[in-house]
Each structure stands twice: as structure tokens, then as C-alpha cells.
Design a protein around this ligand. Structure first.
Ligand SMILES: Nc1ncnc2c1ncn2[C@@H]1O[C@H](COP(=O)(O)OP(=O)(O)OP(=O)(O)O)[C@@H](O)[C@H]1O
Ligand SMILES: [Mg+2]
Length: 296
């Protein structure tokens, strides 16, 4: 049974589009990325799942329970990080932990202190006085301190510095290890690609694709820049399967690669590679890939 299951989930705000007919199933134990640009409908989907807003039509089930009628039973087993994380700015992190423990119907503050140490989060100061990134760290603790079965995180790395982003990704990997299901929204493919098993791509309120991360990256047209000592070999890249847009400038070549790198590496190896960089496409470029496919 899926941990999250929506069927034709639709939310219309007055006469504004929120989300339309979103149908997804997130399986137990998977890390699911929910990707889309600003305004695509990520937060709306999450708020509907959490019963913070009611859908205009369609249904959402979590742990097989109806997200509206059985929201109390769901709450204790779930941890969430809202996108616009506030929780009353007067309260300290420690007070917020206590309040949430009560709302979730659990005793004690779980691993809140241990997580605070790990993320160097300040649980003493009022949340309103913390910087955005430091508030976000407390938000992550509030989402995870009770070791929930399901984590729903809306843009969790917003405001975190690179070191803390790494720490966060490590935490997600550990949560998955202990069997937790994780739903992460993001507008940045790079940020979630290492932790997600599958991704759903949402655009203008509609779910346009669900893919295994590995397949999505395999399809992605990575941009490669290579510098070699012996440029005579660079022309051999032309016509290689998966290689396109080849441009050679002296000892340097730039091109796009779809699929694996094996042919490229074999071709370049005898020519003394000085430098090699491969960049994954941005979410926008992945979208362009979809449009191209649809147009064909
Ligand atoms: N309270 C609201 N009233 C009216 N329209 C809303 C409301 N909340 C969201 N919307 C609209 O719903 C659509 C989806 O917004 P949503 O916040 O879900 O996007 P998002 O994918 O979370 O974007 P972001 O990456 O900026 O957080 C947008 O067109 C937005 O204008
Ligand atoms: Mg949002």
C-alpha cells in the first residue's frame, strides 16, 4: 500500500489555478522528489496532503487513511516542514518542540537535542530572532525529532549554507535507512538528485511526469567541457552516439552528452585529458527536454 496516494487532487483558489488532477503514489521507504518552478503548485499539493487546506475535488490518503477525516491519526506518524516556516515567532525552538510533541500526542522531545547539536541549531532563542537559515534548521528538527514514518518537506534546504545542505542530505539518507518515507519539494534538480529515488515534475499545476531519478538523469543532456593536451583527437567526438553540439576551440571542446559516458571517455583517453567537467542540466533544461520529446 502506498504511503501517500492522491487521486485527481485539485485545488482552485477562487478563480486562480492551484493544482489540477494531481494523481501520485509514493511507496513506503522511498525518497520522492516533487520538482517544479515557482508557482507550479508544490506547496498547494503539500498543504492539501496535510489537510491545511481542503481540495476542491479529488482525494488524498496517507498511510491508507483519509487525509481530511483521519488527520489526527496521521499527525503523530508524520513530520513536516512547511515552506513558509513560522510557528509563532515569539517561541523558542525548544518551546516549539514541546508544543508539537503535545499536538502529535507523544511524550518527550525525542532526538531534538541531538539534532540541534548536529545542525548547530539554537533552540533557546525566539524563532523570530534567528536568521533564515538558522530558523530553517530548527524547522528541520521540528519535522524530524519524533522519528516519524513519513517526512513531508517543502523546500527544506532553502537558506541552508552548503555545509548544512550536505548535513541535511546525509540526514535524509539516514531517515531512508531506518525505513522512513520522504517527500521533498524543490525547484532545484541538483539539490535533490542525490537523495531521490523518484521524482514527480509539476508544471503549471499539473503533474507532467514521474520518473526514476536514474532514468531522468540518463535522459538529461549534460554539458561537458574537456581540455586535452593533444587536440588532434577531439574531432573523433563528432558523430559519437549521444554526443551533440560539439564545439572545438584549440585544445578545448564543449558538447552535450545523453546516456552514458563510456564512448566519450574511451575516445578521449589516448589524448591526455587535462581537465573534464560535466554539468547536469537545470530543471528548466530538463523541462525543455520534455517539450522536445512531446513535439517529436
Ligand atoms: N492563498 C492563495 N490564493 C490564491 N492563489 C494561490 C494561493 N496560494 C497559492 N496560489 C496559487 O496557486 C499556484 C501554485 O502555488 P504554490 O504556492 O503551490 O506554488 P509552489 O510550486 O509552491 O511555488 P514556489 O516554488 O514559489 O514555492 C500559484 O499560481 C499561486 O499563485
Ligand atoms: Mg512553495
Amino acid at each position: 500500500m502506498p504511503v501517500i496516494e492522491t487521486e485527481g487532487l485539485t485545488k482552485i483558489y477562487g478563480n486562480h489555478r492551484g493544482i489540477e488532477e494531481v494523481t501520485i503514489a509514493v511507496e513506503a521507504g522511498e525518497v520522492f522528489g516533487f520538482l517544479g518552478p515557482n508557482g507550479a503548485g508544490k506547496t498547494t499539493t503539500i498543504r492539501t496532503l496535510l489537510d491545511l487546506i481542503h481540495p476542491s475535488s479529488g482525494t488524498a490518503r496517507i498511510f491508507g487513511l483519509d487525509s481530511q477525516r483521519e488527520s489526527v491519526a496521521i499527525r503523530a506518524r508524520l513530520g513536516n516542514l512547511p515552506g513558509d516556516f513560522g510557528y509563532g515567532r515569539e517561541a523558542s525552538g525548544r518551546e516549539a518542540v514541546r508544543l508539537l510533541a503535545r499536538l502529535r500526542g507523544i511524550d518527550g522531545s525525542g532526538r531534538a537535542e541531538a539534532l540541534a547539536e548536529r545542525f548547530r541549531a539554537d533552540l533557546d532563542r525566539p524563532l523570530g530572532q534567528l536568521s533564515r537559515g538558522n530558523r530553517q534548521k530548527v524547522g528541520l528538527i521540528l519535522a524530524t525529532f519524533h522519528e516519524p514514518e513519513l517526512l513531508i518537506l517543502d523546500e527544506p534546504t532553502g537558506g541552508l549554507d552548503p555545509l548544512m545542505q550536505e548535513e541535511f542530505l546525509a540526514l535524509v539518507a539516514e531517515e531512508r535507512e531506518r525505513g522512513c518515507t520522504v517527500f521533498i519539494s524543490s525547484h532545484d534538480l541538483d539539490e535533490v538528485q542525490r537523495v531521490c529515488d523518484r521524482v514527480g515534475i509539476v508544471r503549471a499545476g499539473k503533474l507532467i511526469a514521474v520518473e526514476r531519478m536514474a532514468d531522468l538523469l540518463g535522459k538529461a543532456r549534460r554539458k561537458v567541457t574537456v581540455r586535452v593536451a593533444d587536440p588532434s583527437g577531439l574531432e573523433e567526438l563528432r558523430g559519437l552516439e549521444g554526443v551533440s553540439e560539439l564545439q572545438i576551440d584549440g585544445t578545448q571542446a564543449t558538447f552535450r552528452v545523453v546516456g552514458d559516458f563510456d564512448g566519450v571517455v574511451r575516445t578521449l583517453a589516448p589524448h591526455h585529458v587535462l581537465d573534464l567537467e560535466a554539468v547536469h542540466p537545470s530543471l528548466e533544461e530538463v523541462f525543455l527536454g520534455y517539450y522536445r520529446e512531446e513535439g517529436e
